[in-house]
Design a protein around this ligand. Sequence first.
Ligand SMILES: Cc1cc2nc3c(=O)[nH]c(=O)nc-3n(C[C@H](O)[C@H](O)[C@H](O)COP(=O)(O)O)c2cc1C
Length: 226
Amino acid sequence: MSEPGIFEIINTTRSIKYFKQDPVPMDLIRKVLDAGTKAPSGENTQPWEFVVVTNREDKKFIQQLYQKFVKLRFYKRHSSLKNSNTPFAKMLNGVIHLAENLHKVPVHLLVCAHRDWPASIPAEKRIGKAPPPYASIYPCIQNILLASRALGLGATLTTIHHMFEVDMHQRFRIPNQVSIVALIPIGYAKFGFGPVERISANKVTHFEKWGSKNLFKANMNKRRIS
Ligand SMILES: Cc1cc2nc3c(=O)[nH]c(=O)nc-3n(C[C@H](O)[C@H](O)[C@H](O)COP(=O)(O)O)c2cc1C
């Protein structure tokens, strides 16, 4: 079977929230992380470090806290939308399902970043802990999501753990100068991949100046006339 091309991968990398429990070979995780480390970063600082969690008790520890905060944030809205079929309700069903089953997902990947002040914040305003360098870590995260998909693995970018990051730091002995930017559950998808549905690029693209829309449609019409 030939490997999917880059556009097929991009167009089918859904956020997988329903997983099988089949174990994931560590050599695949290694490939995924190799892809993460090929991402660009500001001044090539490569601020990432990873913690790969597969231990049952540690995953249960994460799941219990994760579900507690998903409950606080989403359960009220979810109960009023339970029987609805809108994309938002479906997304919420997935979020709740993942929260209730997170410990069963084979791998919990913690994507960490060394904290660093952005150059735009002057020295006198640098109070407290520096934020993680989001702009430099998110390309790495996206590479991880795409590489997972390319290897037939499902994954989802999650950030709920920021609400209990102190507990995570203690449990996994992560130093204070490092932030856990994303928790990415990785495993085999129960219902397959994509297609990804988004607002079209044509709707959100301006031509030369803000406000002049429909660049792609106009060009397509021109082509048809000639
Ligand atoms: C910054 C960010 C934070 C996210 N946090 C969570 C999360 O905590 N839990 C979760 O289940 N999904 C999370 N997601 C995934 C979104 O729910 C998902 O990308 C969105 O619903 C689109 O779904 P799709 O890619 O399957 O079309 C997050 C995505 C991003 C970009």
